[in-house]
Design a protein around this ligand. Structure first.
Ligand code: MG
Length: 446
């Protein structure tokens, strides 16, 4: 169908065709109009940031409003530990950069936002870009009348197998927690047990006290290693061989302890061990790989292609586990998924409570369109969260289901969000974490 000047005028107005737009921009707009059969191309009219804390964790969502009535989109920009910094990154830098641009060129907008700070790949700026990127995908889906998964090629599975967090202060509590998930249909559980007197990751601490040279929370890697290996033994005995066991080491041990731990855990046939090393110690993954076949998941702290590319390219991990908004949004995460497929690495997107429901829907969208999907981390949405975010991904029998509505399929009730503002937290750190120290007072990675 030939595009008439009348259609272009309707899409851009006279200013868009001949007034404000340069010849180069005008040519680009005409090309876009042809590609979209002369339909009006939305322009970015406003960008705002919605902040709320409905479940104890700070959530940040970017909203892009277009110049077309009722057409807008939402994107996850959640960086809980430094949440207050993401809003000005969006409002003071990306908003003036993007106002008036058309919404249709997502890749171009992503690349230009990424380059506009000159220095890049930090968590605040990546999350700000993610909010923009995911909001643009939402808009494109709403325009097309399709869920985003259709824009990415459609499903290659019905729903995303997920794992829940089974934890407790002692072994029987963990087993009981895991059985509750299994009764709901889960075939995968992450198991974490407390260490008496210590601040173990992902579990209750228990009542006992431990003597240290300071009054901060205590963690000793060697205690943890012995306790976790015992937990796997108990879980296999009490839960059987059919359940898939996962465990998060949270980068808390030395590189050599991590190598030893992964070797010692091999006999328990784990689904994966997560974050055995910190991003500062990536080179040690080669040693783990050479010495055992325990599946390894890594990446929730990654911000930069310099971190994930070597691990995937050298086949040093089995599951790439980035926090999608930390990488810059749906657009870069889709590229990570495709690169991973080529190298035989599966996906396990980070999905606990510090991802907004918009971000969870982006995760599940990647899950259903990526052939190399591995597993999805699941965190339930409480009633207050569901009141603010209508249309959260649905959990059924251990599977998360993607929305069939256009875009991400989620509507945000901004009035309800305003009733759940950020709180300062018990430690007065605006969402930041405190410190954890060894018995002698040495601070550790959390
Ligand atoms: Mg983790």
């Amino acid at each position: 169908m030939a595009i008439k000047r009348r259609d272009l005028l309707r899409a851009f107005g006279t200013a868009g065709l001949a007034g404000l737009a340069s010849p180069r921009e005008q040519k680009a707009q005409e090309q876009t109009a042809r590609a979209t059969r002369g339909l009006p191309i939305p322009k970015i009219k406003d960008i705002s940031v919605i902040e709320c804390q409905p479940g104890g964790v700070r959530l940040t969502v970017v909203k892009i409003t277009t110049d077309q009535d009722g057409l807008y989109g939402y994107g996850c920009a959640t960086f809980t530990q430094r949440a207050d910094l993401v809003k000005p990154a969006v409002e003071r830098y990306l908003k003036p950069f993007l106002l008036g641009k058309t919404t249709d060129r997502i890749e171009d907008i992503w690349q230009s936002c990424y380059d506009s700070s000159y220095w890049k790949n930090g968590p605040v700026l990546n999350n700000a870009i993610s909010g923009i990127d995911q909001a643009l995908w939402d808009i494109k889906g709403r325009q097309a009348g399709m869920p985003v998964y259709q824009l990415a090629g459609g499903k290659c599975r019905e729903a995303a197998a997920s794992y829940g967090h089974a934890d407790g202060a002692d072994f029987p509590n963990v087993v009981e927690s895991a059985k509750r998930y299994m009764a709901q249909g889960f075939r995968h559980v992450r198991v974490q047990v407390g260490i008496p007197g210590m601040a173990g990751y992902g579990s209750a601490r228990g009542d006992s006290q431990i003597k240290a040279l300071h009054d901060k929370p205590v963690f000793e890697p060697a205690y943890y290693v012995r306790r976790a290996l015992k937990l796997f033994e108990v879980c296999r005995k009490e839960l059987g061989d059919e359940i898939e066991l996962l465990h998060d080491m949270h980068e808390r041990v030395s590189p050599n302890q991590a190598v030893q731990f992964c070797k010692d855990a091999e006999k328990f046939k784990m689904f994966f061990l997560e974050d055995p090393l910190s991003p500062e110690d990536l080179a040690y993954f080669r040693q783990i790989r050479q010495q055992c076949a325990t599946p390894i998941a890594m990446g929730e702290l990654f911000n930069s292609p310099h971190e994930w590319t070597p691990l995937i390219g050298e086949r040093l991990i089995d599951y790439i586990r980035v926090h999608v908004s930390q990488t810059g949004g749906f657009t870069p995460a889709r590229k990570i998924a495709i690169m991973s497929e080529i190298y035989g690495v599966k996906t396990a997107w980070h999905g606990p409570g510090d991802v907004s429901p918009i971000g969870h829907m982006a995760n599940v969208t990647l899950d259903v369109v990526s052939y190399n999907f591995g597993i999805q981390e699941y965190s339930p949405f409480n009633a207050r969260t569901q009141e603010i975010f209508a249309g959260c991904p649905v959990m059924k029998d251990g599977y998360l289901w993607v929305s069939e509505k256009p875009g991400w399929g989620i509507e945000v009730d901004e009035k309800a969000a305003a009733k759940a503002p950020f709180t300062n937290g018990a430690n007065n750190l605006n969402g930041g974490w405190g410190e954890i120290r060894r018995l002698d007072g040495t601070v550790i990675k959390q």
